[in-house]
Design a protein around this ligand. Structure first.
Ligand SMILES: Cc1ncc(COP(=O)(O)OP(=O)(O)O)c(N)n1
Ligand SMILES: Cc1nc(C(=O)O)sc1CCOP(=O)(O)O
Ligand SMILES: [Mg+2]
Length: 209
């Protein structure tokens, strides 16, 4: 089974307005060492979403990087992605596990609450996400969580712990030192001038921890 660890990139339709730009930018992150990708697209264009998910699946396979689909279990199934990420309002983790099978990677957003993480794991999640740890350009409305939560999560949960929200070169070392197994990043990765180099830099703290 894939060990989830390191840089977790999330796609962003604003930063990647065409298929070509999306694939170029994701490939740069993969070359820089990104270890997990989430296709996050809030549009309702189902044909485009399936096309992009399939293209990302093929690209990620070349780099041995799992692909998760945000919000949409059926798109994960149809595209042959490796799993799904669900928020608290995105449907049941247990139903996703039933649909996608035992090998699927299933993550759930748990905000700043260990009890939600325990419930997610019981329902079949194999990793859990906490945040936002810093003000996020991508999701400015996200409520903040304290970094100390990561240490508590690592101590109390036996699945990989994802940190998300406003993670950048200014704070990534502190986030990893606090206990994150994965750092989930949009803006500080995909808005960078040199995405490959930025992925390498964001990955550095995992090599020293
Ligand atoms: C890794 C990761 N963590 C949290 C989220 C947020 O999920 P959600 O609360 O469902 O919000 P949307 O991303 O769907 O807007 C995430 N996508 N990925
Ligand atoms: C999609 C998402 N979910 C969050 C949460 O707190 O649940 S923060 C966030 C956006 C993360 O993007 P950036 O790295 O640009 O801050
Ligand atoms: Mg969601």
């Amino acid at each position: 089974m894939t060990r989830l660890h390191g840089l977790y990139g999330l796609t962003d339709a604003t930063l990647m307005p065409t298929d070509t730009l999306m694939l170029e930018r994701v490939e740069a992150a993969l070359r820089g060492g990104m270890r997990l990708l989430q296709y996050r697209d809030k549009s309702t264009d189902d044909a485009r979403r399936l096309r992009q998910a399939l293209a990302l699946r093929d690209l990620c396979r070349q780099y041995d990087c799992p692909l998760l689909i945000n919000d949409d279990v059926e798109l994960a199934h149809a595209s042959g992605a490796d799993g799904v990420h669900l928020g608290q309002q995105d449907g049941s983790v247990a139903a996703a596990r039933d649909r996608l099978g035992p090998a699927a990677l299933i993550g759930q957003t748990c905000h700043d609450r260990i009890d939600l993480a325990q419930r997610a794991i019981q329902a079949g999640a194999d990793h859990v996400a906490f945040g936002a740890f810093f003000a996020s350009r991508t999701k400015p409305e996200a409520e903040l969580a304290p970094l100390a939560l990561l240490q508590e999560a690592r101590a109390r949960l036996n699945v990989p712990v994802v940190a998300i929200g406003g993670i950048s070169m200014d704070n990534v070392a502190r986030v990893v030192a606090a206990g994150a197994d994965l750092i989930a990043v949009v803006n500080a990765l995909f808005a960078a001038e040199d995405i490959q180099q930025q992925a390498e830099r964001l990955t550095q703290p995992f090599h020293v921890s």
